[in-house]
Design a protein around this ligand. Structure first.
Ligand code: AHR
Length: 679
């Protein structure tokens, strides 16, 4: 008998047997839901490096030695530029790898050369592309760029391009350039003729635009820049800093890809965390240094990012800030805190990095009359400060917590909080360990775990002290505002990847994350923000899976977790209404909030088990709308949205009969947002 009872109990706990639950809602709010509750964490990225050497670097880099799971795949979250390796940044001249994404078109020889061969366009861009036209050349000859795994050619768009060129002193440039987009079979899809300046013996910029006249069959298209071989036979031409952009989000010059930006905007994010993540710095010299990311593109040297490929830094601090302003999300901005995988700055050398961080913050919020960095912002067209929620001091500094506690946190926060009394600083070591002075008011904690872990840890914050400290989504194991269900195998999380590592978010992961997020809302008095991570993945060049949104040169693929995050974010409500607590060992989790202006009661439910459950809700209000609306995401446990089946699991809307007491059925592996109007 005892055995049968225990077996049934175990089936209920594992979610295999249907449950009937009654949930009583309290009409008095216990705490507000912060406007920053759900947002995005974004690092990088403008992919710009030779593929072959990128693979080698991944094997040897320190980060990969520590966390070998990073070696598995390449990670790319490129967002906007069409041409890859556009300015030959950070490559080794005279190597074939330096020509990554470029190839010759017709009878030419291409070499990336440094300033010993020809003076470079700028100090920041020491390399140029040398094109030698064969003495017997004829027809169109020149260079071809394959883009970021192809180029989306859309006849509805006008593409805007530019490049710099020159010919050696004592020679004359002849003929005409033809800038074009071509299909894989060579068909010209868009083109523009540009007359060469015969006396262009110093760097000369050309700008152009064109509109495609045809839709190609696929994305295997290239950009070409050619000249007539016969009239330029034997000539040498140097090029630098190519650029080609389709229309951008909000028409920002040098801006974001529209479809991806709109996918983010559609979630109404409450914040935007940048520039990392790990991408803050692989080495001390190669740290993300805001100064190298602002101003003219030709003054940005680029850097080897932590994900072992070169960032162009075309997406710089000002572009980040304009983007978040266009979407309407404030920033959580990280500053480099003296620690990289490649080394830690000694205390007696910290002053320059604290000054760099101070200038970075001033660029964002400073007064142009008082700060040169703020004056620079104003000179770039934005005199007003940008919204800033918090400054994050480093990223995952639990990897070097001894120096963080000994001097990096106290020196940085001590200095910067005196300069910026209104700014909140966020620590990135494990909560409470080591003890940091001054005591952090904000902690950033990261959890990459299994779907089951998330479902089982929905209560993790309930026992946290209410002592004034607030959390950017925290977990305890490992202590770490990033979270995602990344594997079904616990051994896969911080060791070599095993079979459990997910390529795409699955329904099981998504319902686990949703269960966890009901706990975040219940604890939103101390959890002020949370973000799924990583955000974006190019399907032809990823380095970390799973990601929230995948894309290729043309398409955007939204994952199950994206839709769930959107459901939560659009319905976060203004205040939390306590209700009967879910069982800590159960499989059905919920949270209840209220949107004050519309009197909507918003009930979020996640069923992480396979059995359906019947939930009876009791509302303590005099009037309740007769009909409620439901948004439901539901699918098979291991189902994912993939590039070949992008709409396998998408939210569906329906209505249900509501009343002061109503019953609602939740099938296995489903997430729901219910809305009723009640007062
Ligand atoms: O989101 C991917 C990485 O995970 C982030 O860069 C880092 O903060 C965490 O380890």
């Amino acid at each position: 008998m005892l055995f049968i009872f225990a077996s049934i109990l175990s089936l209920i706990i594992s979610g295999v047997v249907a449950q009937n639950l009654t949930i009583t809602i309290n009409g008095t709010a216990s705490h507000p839901i912060p406007t920053t509750m759900y947002g995005w964490m974004w690092e990088d990225i403008n992919h710009n490096t030779p593929q072959a050497s990128r693979r080698v670097e991944m094997v040897v880099c320190t980060r990969n030695v520590r966390n070998s799971y990073y070696t598995e795949r390449q990670w790319s979250k490129l967002f906007r530029a069409v041409l890859q390796n556009r300015a030959f940044q950070q490559v080794t001249p005279k190597t074939s790898a330096a020509l990554y994404a470029w190839s010759s078109f017709g009878a030419t020889t291409l070499t990336v050369v440094d300033k010993s061969v020809t003076p470079s366009l700028s100090t920041a861009l020491p390399n140029s592309l040398q094109v030698q036209v064969a003495p017997n050349a004829s027809g169109q000859i020149g260079v071809s760029n394959s883009g970021y795994f192809g180029i989306n050619v859309n006849p509805a768009w006008t593409y805007t391009g530019s490049f710099y060129y020159k010919v050696p002193a004592g020679t004359k440039a002849k003929g005409q350039f033809l800038a074009a987009l071509r299909s894989s079979s060579g068909a010209v899809l868009a083109s523009k003729s540009i007359t060469l300046n015969p006396s262009a013996t110093s760097w000369t910029q050309v700008t152009f635009n064109f509109k495609p006249i045809a839709t190609p069959a696929d994305n295997n298209n290239v950009f070409t820049l050619t000249v007539d071989g016969a009239s330029t036979a034997g000539q040498t031409i140097f090029f630098s800093m190519f650029s080609l952009f389709p229309p951008t989000f909000k028409n920002r010059p040098n801006g974001m890809r529209i479809d991806l930006a709109e996918a983010l905007q559609a979630t109404k994010p409450g914040f935007f965390r940048f520039p990392g993540g790990n991408n803050l710095g692989q080495s001390i010299a190669g740290r993300w240094n805001w100064r190298n990311t602002v101003g003219p593109l030709i003054n940005r040297p680029g850097r080897l990012g932590d994900w072992t490929y070169i960032n162009t830094d075309g997406l710089g601090l000002k572009e980040y800030l304009d983007f978040l302003e266009d979407v309407g999300m404030p920033s959580i901005m990280a500053i480099w805190a003296g620690y990289s995988f490649g080394g830690t700055v000694p205390e007696n050398q910290m002053a320059q990095y604290i000054q760099e961080a101070s200038d970075q913050i001033n660029f964002v919020i400073g007064d142009p009359a008082k700060s040169a960095a703020a004056a620079l912002r104003a000179s770039l067209g934005h005199p007003a400060p940008y919204p800033l929620v918090a400054v994050e001091v480093g990223n995952e500094d639990f990897f070097a917590s001894d120096t963080y506690s000994a001097y990096r946190w106290p020196d940085i926060v001590g200095n910067l909080s005196a300069q910026f009394p209104s700014v909140q600083f966020m620590a990135t070591t494990n909560v409470g360990s080591p003890v940091l002075k001054p005591k952090p008011k904000l902690y950033d904690v990261h959890v990459y775990q299994t779907p089951t872990w998330f479902a089982q840890n929905s209560f993790i914050y309930d026992s946290f002290p209410r002592d004034g400290t607030k959390y950017f989504e925290v977990g305890l194991d490992p202590t770490n505002g990033e979270f995602a269900a990344i594997s079904t195998n616990p051994n896969d999380l911080f060791g070599a990847p095993s079979d459990g590592r997910l390529l795409w978010p699955t329904v099981a992961g998504t319902v686990g994350e949703a269960a966890f997020m009901t706990g975040l809302e219940r604890n939103a008095d101390i959890v002020f923000a949370a973000s799924y991570a990583p955000l974006l993945q190019h399907i032809n060049g990823d380095q970390w899976t799973p990601d929230l949104i995948s894309f290729d040169a043309k398409n955007v693929y939204k994952s199950t977790s994206y839709y769930m995050q959107q459901m939560f974010s659009l319905n976060k409500g203004d205040e939390y209404l306590p209700s009967t607590l879910p069982s800590k060992t159960g499989t059905v989790f919920w949270s209840v909030t209220r949107r004050i202006a519309t009197k909507e009661v918003l009930i979020k439910i996640s069923n992480t088990g396979s059995a359906s459950s019947s939930l009876t809700f009791k509302l303590p209000f005099n009037t309740v709308s007769k009909t409620g609306s439901a948004t439901v995401l539901s699918g098979a446990q291991n189902a994912s949205n993939t590039p070949t089946a992008p709409n396998t699991v998408v939210p569906k809307s329906s209505s249900f009969t509501a009343a002061k007491t109503f019953t609602y059925n939740v099938p296995g592996f489903s997430v729901h947002v219910l809305s009723v109007v009640a007062s």
